[in-house]
Design a protein around this ligand. Structure first.
Ligand code: ADP
Ligand code: MG
Length: 716
């Protein structure tokens, strides 16, 4: 009997129409690939059924040509009359087009460069076209560009056609391997028809009831073939009852996995407690170079509450670029030092570590603290001196890169570790740093402002503090998206700014795949600016392949306004703070993610002068890139930008899947589905806390552990 657990590789044994051995095998392979399952033999019917349609069409009610509106998205069934290939631009570009009719009116459909379509469609082909219909007022008919299409003339399927593919709500699938939507629809139809009427429920009954979820079998069936009276818009927005149930389930397992992981962490008390005496209060007040914002005050209070508690702090400090996270972290460090501990601050790059060290030395100069810097590029002798002073307890504050967690680094008494811009560091490094103290407090500082519920999911075991207010006196950075045709004007503008005493960044993207070429382009750009465009100014070049001492020189010169323009790659993305810089020109902006652009843009607008960020983009190819960049013109709110970025690229890309420790989702989207995520987390926590010792929870835990994607087996 066919069940949800049937391996796909054996699907053909169940004699479903047109599913032979080859189909079974290739389905198993394709599904294994998208579920990150290494072994195709393990892909099951259940996995297949989670390959949901990308959208749904109501074909019980296809649009008539005579009823189309200009700009409307609709499906129309037509018969092809004449088609052919049209060469354009001297043959460099080709277009396939046909003219077709539904018996009443005439339409034109065309596709760029897909000349194979000439063989797909013949005179008389019946086809359903889906796309945006535009009225051509010169020709007086509707046309559609690059529509999705589905041929209706496959003869051996003729009988199935009306039952499965037309005259109803039909699912439309993304291509899976070589399988197009029509074949997939037929496969799903037959698989579902041959499964038992009752499919086993995977969630506890009480949760299904409490959360008003559809039973699993019904959800899977409806998600592929919605009932005739179902709300098709809900389906298309993935918020039908069927989708809700499947999304809930996925997020519930994730929440269970995170809950189990959290409970595995042994909570040991700290070595000694932190106290806030009048002396400590005074010490903190003394180092403050400015009045903290309310958001900063709130954050430090939450941090102090953790630090004075019995268990080690494990907190994420989140705030937009320029919101003043550093000083909050430094206040916490002073509290720790005043209580007799050492503290460490770990930054992702040497430039940033250097800058932190410089600032912290300046701020802490009012007290009797010893601040040192430790980086991989330092001479062995210098490093050794730092190691010694650290071990003997002479150093109070150690700032550095991942050199802090290298062999030979031993603290006398580490009480607080601050990790800056943690999306660059993995969970492992966090553990490494923690290991170097007696359960030290850990504060992770990040400028990737992700929504709170998402942060809890990604970081799981971290408490979150948010700085949602910028220090006073900032003028928001003005942002413009421009094309190459405006380059001269832009250079003119930079010249004006520099003659007014300001400085400028010119940023060039370097991506791994084309690193060498990019680096050459960046260097050429630098030479061109230096020799041809701005010979009257001093220009610096900064990129990741330079020696640390060179980088340091370049940064110093720019900070001191000895160079007026800094040509840089994304090494300046995080943390660099030169308030006099008021212009940023980003080349090839279309190659950056939104969050990255936001980080880059955060390098200007740090002083009193109004700052400008120009995103120079090559749009010719992608309309989508232009739309995306427009968001940067519209808002400087890092939260909004992060949300958009997450929507567009997904959390894996934005935060790095490996570091975030998030499995890939089959259906859920943790940005779109935040409400369901909260509900799923509540239920999971309820099972793990209140119902901890029940058989039901035992079964759930066993299931989650058996799923390799949650990586719990290894943790043990
Ligand atoms: P980020 O949160 O991006 O790390 P920083 O900590 O580098 O931001 O702070 C950005 C700038 O704002 C720094 O120059 C810092 O000295 C300044 N700053 C921080 N807090 C305040 C405040 N409360 N009032 C005035 N300036 C502040
Ligand atoms: Mg910072």
């Amino acid at each position: 009997m066919l069940t949800l657990d049937t391996p796909l590789i054996e699907l053909h044994l169940h004699r479903l129409p047109r599913i032979g051995k080859k189909t079974s095998e290739s389905l198993a392979v394709e599904i294994a690939a998208i579920t990150a399952q290494a072994n195709p033999y393990k892909s099951t019917v259940e996995d297949l059924l989670h390959y949901l349609p990308m959208r749904y069409e109501d074909r019980s009610n296809l649009a008539r040509i005579s009823e189309l509106q200009d700009g409307q998205e609709a499906s129309v069934e037509v018969k092809v009359r004449v088609g052919g290939i049209i060469p354009l631009k001297g043959g460099r570009l080709k277009m396939y087009e046909f003219v077709a009719t539904d018996g009443e009116g005439q339409v034109r459909a065309f596709w760029w460069n897909q000349i194979f379509l000439n063989k797909v469609f013949t005179r008389g082909s019946r086809v359903i076209l889906f796309g945006q219909w535009k009225w051509n007022k010169y020709k007086a008919y509707f046309e559609v560009e690059n529509p999705e299409y589905e041929l209706l003339t496959d003869e051996d399927e003729e009988a199935e056609t009306s039952a499965m593919h037309t005259a109803r709500r039909v699912p439309v699938y993304r291509k899976l391997g070589d399988y197009r939507t029509r074949q997939l629809r037929s496969i799903f139809h037959h698989v579902l028809a041959n499964l038992p009427a009752e499919l086993p429920e995977s969630l506890p009954e009480e949760i299904v009831a409490r959360c008003l979820l559809l039973p699993r079998g019904e959800a899977l069936r409806n998600a592929h073939f919605p009932a005739d009276d179902s709300p098709i818009d809900d389906y298309n927005q993935m918020r039908s009852a069927a989708h809700r149930r499947l999304i809930f389930e996925e997020l519930f397992w994730l929440s269970m996995a995170l809950g189990i992981r959290r409970s595995q962490r042994v909570k040991e008390p700290k070595g000694e407690y932190i106290e806030i005496t009048d002396r400590v209060r005074e010490a903190v007040r003394r180092i403050l170079p400015f009045t903290p914002t309310n958001a900063q005050k709130r954050a430090i209070k939450e941090i102090v509450d953790d630090m004075t508690g019995q268990e080690p702090m494990n907190r994420l400090l989140q705030g937009d670029v320029g919101s003043g996270k550093t000083i909050v972290a430094v206040q916490a460090m002073v509290i720790s030092v005043e209580n007799g501990y050492q503290t460490a601050l770990m930054a992702p790059t040497e430039i940033l570590a250097e800058q932190h060290a410089r600032n912290i030395k300046r701020w802490l100069a009012v007290g009797n603290y010893r601040v040192e810097l430790l980086m991989g590029s330092m001479k062995a002798k210098e490093k050794q001196a730092v190691h010694n002073a650290l071990k003997s307890g002479e150093i109070d504050v150690l700032v550095g890169t991942h050199a802090l967690i290298q062999e030979g680094v031993e603290f006398h008494k580490l009480g607080l570790a601050v990790i800056d811009e943690q999306h660059r560091f993995g969970v492992m490094q966090r553990a490494e740093l923690r290991r170097r103290g007696v359960n030290p407090d850990v504060l992770v500082v990040t400028a990737t402002p992700i929504p709170r519920s998402l942060a809890m999911t990604v970081y799981g075991d971290l408490e979150v503090s948010i700085i949602d207010e910028l220090p006073p006196g900032r003028t928001p950075v003005k942002t413009f998206v421009r094309g190459d045709d405006r380059r001269d004007k832009i250079y003119e503008f930079i010249r004006e700014q520099i003659s007014a005493g300001r400085q400028a960044y010119v940023v060039y993207p370097i991506i791994e795949e084309s690193e060498k070429l990019d680096l050459r382009n960046a260097t050429e750009m630098y030479e061109n600016l230096r020799q041809e465009i701005f010979p009257e100014y001093k220009i610096g070049l900064l990129h990741g392949k330079m020696k640390p001492t060179e980088k340091e020189e370049v940064m110093k010169a720019f900070t001191a306004n000895e160079t007026q323009i800094l040509v840089a790659t994304t090494v300046i993305e995080v943390g660099v703070d030169v308030p006099n810089a008021s212009v940023m020109l980003i080349e090839h902006a279309e190659r950056f993610g939104l969050s990255q652009l936001h980080q880059l843009r955060g390098r200007v607008g740090r002083g009193a002068a109004e700052s400008v960020c120009i995103l120079l983009a090559q749009f010719s190819k992608t309309k989508e890139a232009q739309e995306r960049l427009k968001i940067m013109e519209q808002t400087t709110d890092g939260f909004k930008i992060a949300e958009k970025d997450l929507e567009i690229r997904g959390p894996g890309e934005v935060m790095g899947t490996r570091q975030s420790g998030l499995p890939e989702f089959r259906i859920a989207n943790i940005v779109r589905d935040q409400k369901i995520l909260e509900m799923a987390r509540r239920e999971a926590n309820y099972m793990l806390d209140v119902r901890r010792n029940t058989r039901e929870t035992g079964t759930l835990i066993q299931y989650v552990r058996s799923q390799t994607r949650f990586g719990l087996a290894r943790v043990g």
